[in-house]
Design a protein around this ligand. Structure first.
Ligand SMILES: O=C(O)CCC(=O)C(=O)O
Ligand SMILES: [Fe+2]
Length: 334
């Protein structure tokens, strides 16, 4: 299926109800009635702006596979595909659409070799080689996250991958090789929902803002002192808009992250820190999340612009081994 605006104009009861609520102004009331708590002004109450996207996604239908949504605005388990085989043109087109719509796709029982994982991911674009993270010995396009009692997991902070690149990856295919029985889940946060949930004043304030992204914050400690100047020359700091337009969905996405964003251009350090802290906090809103529990041979495929992710580091000293293929995207634009 390829999605057009007409497909999204469903007439089911939920949509009618939502339209009725929106027309009567009740939606704004719901948002206005939320209650602010604590020194960080976090809000409690219904996250009403998610309703339209939840209903829109629930109405989608797919011909070449089945889809089970795992959270209101992001995340879906896809069944009925064998990822070790090349996708037909139809299935490829549909899967690409589903990826954009649900932002993160999950697959179970995909007993893929490293080559098959690379072949699957390559159907969506050219793969990147990560200059800092350890790779699979035979295939440099696969980053290997191999954790045990000696090497703990440091991916437990919200981030988009490689935003320190001029052209960050558009998406990632992550394969579970060995996982703990409990723990080691990966969480995803819908950064379109996060943008949509900002106040109109804050959205206006962010208009035209640009942020600096730098690998050094997260990876600096892995680079020997003698190599730092050379690596810096190869990967200079880059700037990306604080709010980008997703190149496929056209939706706006909040695009700053704790790992790699260092500051907002043109603001004092203090103002930049205050604003970034407020924007980073949006990724803590549980209503924007979905959470995936891994089994061996599970695959997750995320849209690296639309979501941030967080690998829960709660399984130490157990073993957890994953391999990641990342697909090169386009330079993010406002
Ligand atoms: O290990 C995971 O679940 C995710 C790690 C991560 O941050 C990544 O693959 O980019
Ligand atoms: Fe990551």
């Amino acid at each position: 299926m390829s999605i057009t605006d007409d497909d999204l104009t469903t007439t089911n009861a939920a949509v009618a109800k939502l339209e009725g609520i929106a027309a009567s102004g009740e939606l704004a009331d719901f948002n206005a009635n939320r209650i602010t708590l604590g020194p960080d002004h976090s809000l409690i109450g219904p996250v009403a702006h998610l309703a339209a996207e939840r209903i829109r996604l629930a109405a989608l239908e797919w011909e070449n596979f089945t889809v089970r949504q795992v959270a209101p605005t992001l995340g879906a388990v896809v069944e009925g595909l064998d990822l070790s085989l090349p996708l037909s043109d139809d299935t490829y087109g549909e899967l690409r659409d589903a990826w954009t719509q649900y932002k993160v796709l999950f697959f179970r029982n995909q007993d893929l070799t490293a080559e098959q994982q690379l072949a699957f991911a390559s159907q969506f674009g050219e793969l990147e080689v990560h200059p800092f993270l350890p790779g699979n010995e035979e295939s440099p396009e696969l980053v290997r996250f191999s954790k045990d009692a000696e090497t703990g997991g440091y991916e437990n902070g919200w981030h988009h991958d490689v935003t320190w690149r001029e052209v960050p990856s558009k998406g990632t295919v992550l394969r579970a090789i060995e996982v703990p029985n409990t723990g080691g889940d990966t969480l995803f946060c819908d950064m379109t929902a996060a943008y949509d949930g900002l106040s109109d004043e804050l959205k206006d304030q962010l208009e035209g803002m640009v942020a600096v992204h730098d690998f050094f914050q997260a990876f600096g400690h892995t680079i020997p002192a003698g190599k730092q100047a050379e690596i810096r020359e190869k990967y200079p700091i880059v700037e990306h808009p604080v709010v980008i337009h997703h190149p496929v969905s056209g939706r706006r996405v909040l695009y700053v992250n704790r790992y790699f964003t260092s500051h907002i251009v043109g603001l004092s350090d203090e103002d930049s820190d205050t604003l970034l802290a407020e924007l980073y906090r949006q990724a803590n809103v549980v209503e924007y999340h979905c959470r995936f529990h891994w089994e061996p041979n599970s695959i997750a495929m995320w849209d690296n612009l639309a979501v941030q992710h967080y690998a829960s580091s709660d399984y130490w000293p157990d073993v957890r081994i994953m391999e990641r293929a990342s697909i090169i995207g386009v330079r993010p634009s406002a």
